[in-house]
Design a binder for this molecule. Structure first.
Ligand code: GLA
Length: 749
């Protein structure tokens, strides 16, 4: 028997309400069930909480037989094991590992104590099952009421210090998702410092696994890369204060034979928008340990006696239906129980944004005439991008002064808003609330309001500094200006941008012992600002952005149903960016615009129809000067928008399939939407190259009912679902590069 006082705190009647969490008191096995998956843990000797299984649903089996305890050289044993050398934390698969306890693998939590010691040995104390989904104060997380979710909390404690780690599991049976987070509590009599605190750990008894992660750069985000996990470590993350363009906090683990269509895979999505770290270690016994959480670089958190610290949440999914099946879990889960507001499942206003049309050079007449002309495109909303405020004639000045630049917008923003709205359009506004330019009134009045390391010159990024939004007065100052603008000018849409990585990370109002909290406090402050905005303006359409997709993560999706996917609007590059993004995020969360040619990022020219098809695989908008478009282009653009709108419901609510991989297939990039009832499907994409005397390319549809009959809407031809899926469909052989493809099929009786 282990030492800790073991107390059951199970709620009365737990068995009867959902029963997706069960605990076998004899075997001490916890089983979490979703419709198709199962997660199992066991409290073993000495209160060691071991991980038994996560994978496809298996029925009633308890899988403790999978753990084989053997004496392994140089893998030490807990003192309580006495002469038994077969028990070692260095070998046992665990739910949440500490440090300095004989486990030499990468660990989930590291703590420094006042006496200079750094050991943490977490042992089981008890559990609690709660109705509904747990919440994380001040942080984004999946939500679920009693009918949608159940919570299991398992308390682990380090007997010597009073450090408690409560592992929280959110079980979403219908969504086939399990969320995890950890609550650290200090129940001891001395404060301690968390140095590393991962949100979840997953220990697999056997490999092999491959890792798919999504790296990138500004204007080329979320490029998938697949590599085998080897002995030793695989790590990626962000230390930029945002989740970053360079790495995304979403990762997939899969078996080497897993494909789009079949095979076992796991997804981990961190619901957090700041520094993060993903780690995977293959150990000496070929076991695999995976974890993700706040990046420990420049992080520490003081936990005083009685204090509580919550980690961000991880959403975990497991599918046997390949990468497509896994994407569907995340798409559905995020749309249904993470993203909020009236726009998640309803048509979004189609916008035109003036950034690439004007950059900083415009006045109110130019803006008005773009809006007026855009009416012919069929848009609903005009978005006034960067440059409308302060002394913002270039990116050297003005950030922080959220009052209209009357030299550019003569007559003021309220007046311009009235004019634009009199056209029947809504008005949207770009803001960058987390920043300050040195050449701004805000900086001149409050030079101490930015992050700044004392005694050092600051590092600049896009010639701007990060405001210290961890300070309440800074947040209040910015938000007051923004709120009054929204109210006075009847703003219907906000694009919240963030155009540099955090630097000079030091807050002048925090004591030295708390400087390690600044990165995380920054993210919490951001969440507080965005929460206050959407609470105050529930009808606002809100889009996040960070130089395009530099903060494209599940955390941001809790606040805004769409995120500007990339500053790269080139339709061909976008095929790859949107393809990569689609693995972990719903299609309608990706802001996608039709822009001018030659494209401003690549110099490439493709037809307006192709640009329109690519923008349709996202939240549709325009970012060009309609005054410079020919009549034919305007007509094509309008037609493209109408076609998008005609199928918008399918895009918002349907299932998405990647039909080809644009990193492997040089010939075409195609995707497909299928309605949930499989009555309607849309195939779209682009033929990537055209060769003389070209062979015929065939596309194989997916997700249809094999025995149903589907009619193609433009030709009237009828096909069986089986034929479309198994015999394939020849693609059109039109001349010219980057030809668009769009085909709709509807089930007929
Ligand atoms: C960022 C955004 C762009 C645009 C500019 C304005 O780069 O991603 O869409 O708003 O800022 O400065």
């Amino acid at each position: 028997m282990f030492r800790a006082v073991y107390k059951l705190k199970q709620e009365a009647g737990v068995e009867s309400f959902m029963n997706y969490v069960t605990f076998n008191e004899q075997s001490m096995v916890f089983t979490l069930r979703t419709e198709h998956t199962m997660y199992q843990m066991q409290v073993r000797q000495f209160g060691i909480l071991c991980h038994l299984y996560y994978g496809p649903f298996l029925g009633e089996d308890e899988l403790d037989y999978r753990i084989i305890e053997l004496d392994r050289g140089f893998s030490p044993n807990p003192y309580e094991a006495d002469r038994d050398r077969t028990i070692s934390l260095d070998i046992l698969p665990q739910e949440y590992s500490g440090y300095g306890n004989g486990d030499y693998r990468v660990c989930a939590a590291e703590v420094d104590f006042q006496d200079g010691s750094a050991a943490l040995d977490l042992r089981y104390q008890g559990y609690e099952v709660l109705k509904g989904k747990y919440k994380l104060p001040g942080m984004p997380a999946m939500f679920g009421d009693d009918t949608q979710a159940e919570t299991l909390e398992i308390r682990l404690a380090d007997e010597y210090s009073g450090a408690n780690a409560v592992l929280m599991f959110g079980i979403f049976p219908k969504l086939d998702l399990i969320t995890r987070a950890v609550r650290f509590e200090n129940l001891g009599d001395r404060s301690y410092r968390l140095r590393k605190v991962m949100s979840a750990q997953l220990d697999f008894l056997d490999g092999p696994f491959e890792l798919i992660h999504f790296h990138g750069r500004h204007t080329m985000e979320r490029m998938p890369e697949r590599l085998p996990l080897m002995h030793g470590m695989a790590r990626f993350g962000s230390r930029r204060g945002t989740s970053s363009h360079q790495h995304n906090p979403f990762a997939i683990l899969c078996r080497p034979d897993t494909t789009e269509e079949r095979g076992l895979c796991y997804g981990l999505s961190l619901v957090y928008s700041g520094n993060f770290l993903f780690e995977a270690e293959v150990d000496q016994m070929n076991q695999v340990r995976v974890m993700m959480g706040i990046h420990p670089a420049h992080f520490w958190q003081e936990v005083q006696c009685g204090d509580v610290f919550y980690t961000p949440e991880i959403i975990m999914g497991c599918s046997e239906d390949g990468l497509t099946g896994l994407s569907h879990l995340f798409h559905d889960g995020m749309r249904q129980n993470l993203m909020r507001g009236k726009y998640v499942f309803s048509p979004r206003p189609v916008l035109i944004n003036n950034w690439e049309a004007t950059y900083f050079t415009f006045d109110e007449e130019k803006i008005f005439s773009i809006a007026e002309k855009a009416l012919d495109l069929g848009v609903d909303l005009f978005v006034l991008d960067d440059g409308w405020f302060g002394k913002r004639d270039s990116d050297f000045s003005g950030l922080g002064d959220w009052t209209v630049n009357e030299e550019k917008i003569r007559g003021g923003l309220k007046n311009l808003s009235e004019r634009i709205r009199s056209l029947g359009l809504k008005l949207g506004l770009w803001i960058e609330p987390e920043m300050v330019s040195e050449d701004s009134n805000l900086y001149r009045e409050h030079p101490d309001w930015c992050l700044r390391v004392p005694g050092r010159l600051p590092v600049r990024g896009r010639y701007q500094l990060n405001l210290d939004i961890t300070r309440q007065e800074v947040r209040d100052h910015v938000m007051e200006q923004i709120i009054s603008l929204i109210e006075e000018c009847h703003i219907s849409y906000i694009k919240w941008d963030m155009n540099r990585s955090l630097g000079n990370v030091y807050s002048s109002v925090l004591i030295p012992q708390k400087q390690g909290e600044v990165f995380h406090r920054y993210v919490l402050a951001l969440y507080e600002m965005q929460e206050s905005l959407i609470t105050r303006f529930p009808d606002l359409l809100f889009e996040n952005c960070s130089g395009g997709g530099g903060r494209f993560d599940a955390g941001m999706l809790y606040y805004s149903p769409q995120i500007w996917c990339s500053d790269n609007t080139d339709a061909v590059d976008r095929l790859r960016i949107q393809y990569g993004t689609s693995f972990g995020y719903p299609i309608t969360s990706m802001g996608a615009h039709v822009s001018a040619v030659p494209n401003h990022q690549t110099g490439r020219s493709v037809s307006i129809r192709t640009r329109s098809v690519v923008a349709s695989c996202g939240t549709y908008g325009f970012e060009l000067d309609p005054e410079k478009m020919t009549k034919e282009e305007m007509q094509e653009a309008r037609k493209g928008l109408e076609e998008y709108k005609a199928t918008e419901n399918l895009r918002l609510c349907g299932d998405f399939y990647r039909l080809s991989n644009p990193f492997m297939n040089q010939d075409f990039c195609l995707w497909q939407f299928v309605s949930k009832e499989k009555k309607e499907t849309l195939v779209e994409g682009v033929i990537l190259r055209h060769q003389a005397n070209s062979p015929v390319f065939y596309v194989y549809l997916r997700g249809l009912k094999a025995d149903a009959r589907y009619q193609r809407t433009d030709t009237g031809r009828v096909y069986s679902g089986a034929a479309l899926m198994k015999a394939g469909l020849p693609l059109p052989l039109e001349l010219g590069e980057y030809q668009p493809v769009r085909m709709i099929f509807r089930e007929i009786p």
